[in-house]
Design a protein around this ligand. Structure first.
Ligand code: SF4
Ligand code: SF4
Length: 181
């Protein structure tokens, strides 16, 4: 099995034999492709996947649904992101069982989701990006007004003339006269 297919925490570094090793600072972080064959990514990571949870949410289409998202973001440590058209609420909070050495404190009884998570497409890299990322309620409000229109109630309303803001573009200039020889 290739290294990257190993399930999170189901890897040699999480082995009980190594539980006594204290790794307060991980070794310098190599690129994913440079990790030696006898090592695993998690050895070089500060357990990024144990520091948040994200849940899928309905794609907002109405003002009322956007208001829920605005409400999420009024809470500390909450963000909302989209990926491949799907929306998620993300809460940046550290698992109670993550130890100072970035290892799982309940390795033997860790939840199924932790057992199934793999390093294959994990957020090891530091250049992780989202399609859209909302951090504040104000950002959602601005986005909501853009897609609904200032008085629109549902997606698409912003295209209706009555819901459009006055264009910031200047008037079209008059056509240049055709010069005839
Ligand atoms: S983010 Fe990836 S490399 Fe880091 S601990 Fe989680 S699975 Fe391992
Ligand atoms: S239970 Fe263990 S593997 Fe799962 S999130 Fe917590 S520290 Fe990470």
């Amino acid at each position: 099995m290739p290294l990257v297919d190993l399930p999170i925490r189901d890897i040699p570094v999480r082995d009980a034999r190594l539980h006594d090793v204290v790794l307060l600072d991980p070794p310098q972080k190599p690129k994913r492709e440079d990790v030696p064959a006898d090592k695993v990514l998690c050895e070089f990571c500060t357990a990024k996947c144990c520091r948040y949870f994200a849940l899928p949410i309905d794609t907002p289409e109405t003002r009322e649904e956007f208001e829920y998202i605005r409400w999420f973001l009024l809470h500390d440590h909450a963000t909302v992101f989209t990926e491949d058209g799907d929306w998620y609420v993300c809460v940046h909070t550290v698992c109670k069982h993550l130890q100072d050495d970035h290892r799982c404190g309940i390795y033997e009884t860790r939840p199924q989701i932790c057992r199934e998570y793999t390093t294959k497409e994990c957020e090891y890299e530091d250049d992780w990006v989202y399609d859209q990322y909302f951090e504040t309620a104000e950002q959602v409000e601005e986005y909501m007004d853009a897609v609904l229109g200032p008085d629109g109630d549902r997606i698409g309303d912003g295209r209706r003339k009555k819901n459009r803001k006055k264009s910031i573009r200047g008037r079209k200039p008059p056509l240049l006269p055709v010069i005839s020889s």
